[in-house]
Design a binder for this molecule. Structure first.
Ligand code: 1HN
Length: 352
């Protein structure tokens, strides 16, 4: 990790009285600010893996004394070891648990969320549409959409939440409100209505959808997994696998204005092509057991674990036992309109 230096190192020590006069005026001399001309981003966040085997028992323990009705959500947010809040500087991810019979009341907020269902089955209602969630399904709760969670089944539901809260708070743009009466919202649409309307490669002719986020609230694993496998069988690399991006079917763009999502398949003993990019990513393991090499360090993972690849860190994933299917969310769309995406791919055989 490189420490940024100032343009004139030691300037403040050489003339402390002058710089105190500046400080009294609430200004700083540009030539004393570390990183003004840093040639590359400072890698000030660290890779980290959160393990389901460690955290799911803690969710169960939380369930003995806190209900989603009282807590708003029974969710554990993963903090990058370098941060008080946020898995990366723009994203927060974590596990959420809802027990059979429980409900998490409706609310809406400017931060957006994606959910990746990991265990059990149940319903997230999004703007009046009950969305049925099963393992591997991706469900969206876009900005300022009413959402609540309900559990009609019999196995505890656990899913991965991924939100843009650190980014939105950084813009001083977080607003949140509770549904009137602090209840579940009214169901105004048929179950999975948006999947029927937008989820089969067809979109309603002359669609009146004007939002930036995807009109499709669910991307079912029963359709995404076979699509990924077919892609890999038809044109994927036998060693490095294949990746698909979840898109807004109307625009081809990311599912949510601030969050893109991906599904990666890596055959057993294969490894992804080493890359680094300015956006950060949070991966969640849907299938397989393996490890990632991030900036030369090894991070082991297995099913249901999630891990962060911070900005501008070289990384590569290796499937050790079984074929791996990795879900990922990223703050990539935040970088794109400002031409801040930089991505490099390491030539094959160069090592990570
Ligand atoms: C939130 O609203 C949910 O609605 C989950 O399920 C996790 C983490 C931070 C802020 C809001 C939810 C959250 C959250």
């Amino acid at each position: 990790m490189s420490t940024p230096t100032s343009i004139v190192p030691g300037a403040e020590e050489a003339a402390p009285e002058f710089y105190e006069k500046l400080a009294a005026q609430h200004v700083r001399a540009l030539w004393t600010i570390p990183g003004t001309m840093a040639p590359e981003p400072t890698l000030d966040e660290v890779p980290f893996v959160w393990h389901a085997k460690d955290l799911w028992p803690l969710l169960e323990e939380a369930a003995t004394f806190i209900s989603p009705e009282d807590a708003e959500r029974r969710a554990l947010n993963a903090s990058n070891p370098t941060r008080a809040f946020g898995t990366s500087h723009n994203l927060v991810a974590g596990y959420q648990m809802v027990l059979p019979g429980e409900t998490a009341p409706a609310h809406r907020h400017t931060p957006s969320a994606i959910r990746l269902m990991l265990q059990g089955a149940g319903v997230t209602t999004v703007e009046g549409e009950p969305v049925w969630m099963e393992r591997g399904d991706l469900v969206l709760t876009p900005p300022v959409s009413w959402h609540d969670h309900r559990h009609p089944g019999d196995t505890p539901m656990i899913w991965l939440d991924g939100l843009d809260v650190p980014f939105v708070r950084g813009q001083h743009a977080q607003f949140a409100e509770e549904y009137p009466g602090d209840q579940l919202q009214e169901l105004t649409k048929a179950q999975d209505a948006s999947v029927a309307d937008y989820g089969v490669g067809l979109v309603p002719a002359h669609s009146t959808w004007t939002k930036r986020h995807s009109p499709l609230n669910k991307y079912a694993y029963s359709t995404t997994r076979p699509a990924l496998l077919k892609l890999w069988q038809n044109e994927g690399s036998p060693v490095s696998g294949s990746t698909l991006e979840y898109v807004n079917p109307l625009s081809g763009g990311p599912v949510i204005p601030t969050i893109s999502s991906y599904l990666t398949y890596i055959p057993e003993s294969g490894s992804s092509v080493p890359e680094r990019h300015t956006p950060s990513k949070v991966y969640c393991v849907l299938e397989g057991k393996g490890h990632s090499i991030i900036e030369g360090q090894r991070y082991d993972w297995e099913e249901n674990d999630f891990f962060v690849v911070p900005s501008w860190h070289w990384y590569e994933h290796v499937a050790d036992e079984g074929d791996a299917v990795l879900f990922a969310l990223s703050d990539w769309p935040i970088y794109e309109p400002f031409d801040l995406v930089r991505r490099e791919v390491r030539a094959a055989g160069a090592g990570a």
